[in-house]
Design a protein around this ligand. Structure first.
Ligand code: C2O
Ligand code: CU
Length: 492
């Protein structure tokens, strides 16, 4: 297993710099070989704001923020023993991995929560290469919001030769008070019904000091992950035009970003970029996080150190596409259409919600069940609230599925955001193609597991329901999820 020291050896503060897959000794997958890790969810503390400031108490995997980067290769088996040393139950969800339901980490649907002091071993094959992550699926707003998240990087079956070096950028934020403590009140009514829990301290790989050292003349693969509870990152690279090569782990035809084109990442989403380090030694460039109104802040600096040796990855030339993942292609001609309307929240138009099959006013739903949002008029209160632990094994916490899908069939999910807020919609166990937004076809029809849908926007998603089970479909703004914005999709 990798230690913090190994990760830091490349010098940049807290930056996960992976030379071309250094932990993966073999350049090729050995089908069926097992990669083992151990994760301990525990209390920890870190001095985040500087030497003269108090430490921040956190919850962190193996005491690290982010948790240890898990690395494996496509086709291998990942085995992770999780130990819960938190004062409350937990689970681990492997965001974006198409795995069997029993390993999906959703309490009440796929497993019992791991009790304090308990352990659970996850073991599954990695069908797809790409950039993924892991996080709890119990009281997610609090557990992720206190620091439980980490990157899961699945290398291509055969080493990708299109980059000299790769870096993982885990983007997140924390809500800290003046004493550098994490502010409580997770999923409070204000956050739940507005834009979620926005932090006040943006972090890159768990650090506030955010200088990234580049060598002039190298070609980098940047794996960007947004693990924040609610913050939408919109990154602009000053005087660099990176190429977009993958979204949510899945390759897209390489496309160079225009001068002012942002890389937009809602919570849960990932993007892989190829960036040519075109600056000169000693130069410094900003990477800014700028919202649609042009307001923003400098997230980090790219600092040019020495010049690199000569690039083996085609610096300055065309970008090599990543090999496709074996995701089933939806049959659009025969796909069945499903409609999903997102509603509720502050400034929303709805007055009622159906909770556990009972219609009630949104006001009562909020008071009794903490519900503020609906999918097709239904809200699923978070199982933690209902003492799921007392009803383990039953699906009582989740209610009937919103959609019953036939195994092997293709579906088009037509989503309408009828709220005043953006929502990153996430489906477990599958990847879907984004076909269109507001009726305009998406040129590359990229695969996603999470798609950001803006207020008033429509989107069409297509996928093959090829993974049997009861899967979560939810907003990845964790406070929206906790406030009812989730549902079960049954594939049988
Ligand atoms: Cu990243 Cu259901 O979660
Ligand atoms: Cu949402």
């Amino acid at each position: 297993m990798q230690t913090r020291r190994d990760i830091l050896r490349h010098g940049s503060v807290g930056l996960l710099t992976l030379a071309a897959a250094p932990l993966l000794a073999q350049a090729q997958a050995q089908e069926g070989s097992v990669r083992r890790y151990r994760l301990i969810a525990q209390e920890a503390s870190r001095r985040l704001l500087g030497e003269d400031r108090p430490e921040t108490p956190l919850w962190a995997y193996n005491g690290m923020l982010p948790g240890p980067p898990l690395q494996a290769r496509q086709g291998e088996i990942l085995e992770v023993e999780v130990e819960n040393r938190l004062p409350q139950p937990t689970t681990v969800h492997w965001h974006g991995i198409r795995l069997p339901l029993a390993m999906d980490g959703v309490p009440g649907l796929s497993q019992e929560p791991i009790a304090p002091g308990g352990r659970f071993t996850y073991r599954f094959t990695l069908p797809d290469a790409g950039t993924y992550w892991y996080h709890p699926h119990w009281a997610s707003s609090e557990q992720v919001g206190r620091g439980l998240y980490g990157a899961l990087v699945v290398a291509e079956a055969t080493d990708y030769a299109g980059a000299d070096r790769e870096m993982v950028w885990v983007l997140s934020d924390l809500r800290l008070d003046a004493q550098a403590r994490i502010v409580g009140g997770f999923s409070n009514p204000m956050d739940a019904s507005h834009g979620g829990r926005l932090g006040n301290t943006a972090l890159l790989n768990g650090e506030l000091a955010r200088s990234v050292a580049l060598a002039a003349g190298e070609r980098l693969r940047l794996r960007l992950l947004n693990t924040a509870n609610a913050r939408i990152f919109s990154l602009r690279f000053q005087e660099h035009n990176p190429w977009l090569v993958a979204l949510d782990g899945h390759p897209v035809p390489p496309r160079r970003l225009a001068d002012d084109e942002a890389t937009l990442l809602g919570p849960g989403m990932r993007a892989d970029l190829i960036l040519d380090a075109t600056g000169k030694p000693g130069e410094r460039f900003a990477v800014n996080d700028i919202d649609q109104d042009g307001r923003g802040y400098r997230l980090l600096h790219l600092d040019y150190a020495a010049a690199a040796g000569s690039s083996r990855a085609g610096f300055g030339g065309p970008v090599r596409p990543l090999p496709p993942n074996p995701v089933a292609e939806p049959d659009l001609a025969r796909a069945e259409r499903l409609e999903l309307s997102m509603a509720g929240g502050a400034m929303g138009q709805i007055a009622e919600a159906s909770v556990h099959g009972h219609r009630m006013s949104l006001r009562d739903a909020f008071r009794q069940h903490g519900v503020a949002w609906t999918f097709n008029g239904q809200a699923m209160p978070s199982p933690e609230r209902n003492g799921l632990a007392a009803q383990q094994g039953s699906h009582a916490g989740h209610g009937a599925p919103l959609f019953d899908l036939k195994l092997g069939r293709s579906y088009i999910l037509a989503v309408r955001n009828d709220t005043a807020w953006p929502h990153p919609l996430h489906l477990h166990g599958h990847a879907f193609r984004l076909l269109s937004r507001n009726g305009r076809p998406e040129p590359a029809r990229p695969f996603h597991d999470t798609v950001l849908i803006q207020p008033g926007e429509n989107a069409e998603l297509a996928f093959v329901a090829d993974n049997p089970g009861d899967w979560m479909l939810h907003c990845h703004i964790l406070e929206h999820q906790a406030a009812g914005m989730m549902a079960v999709v049954r594939v049988a």
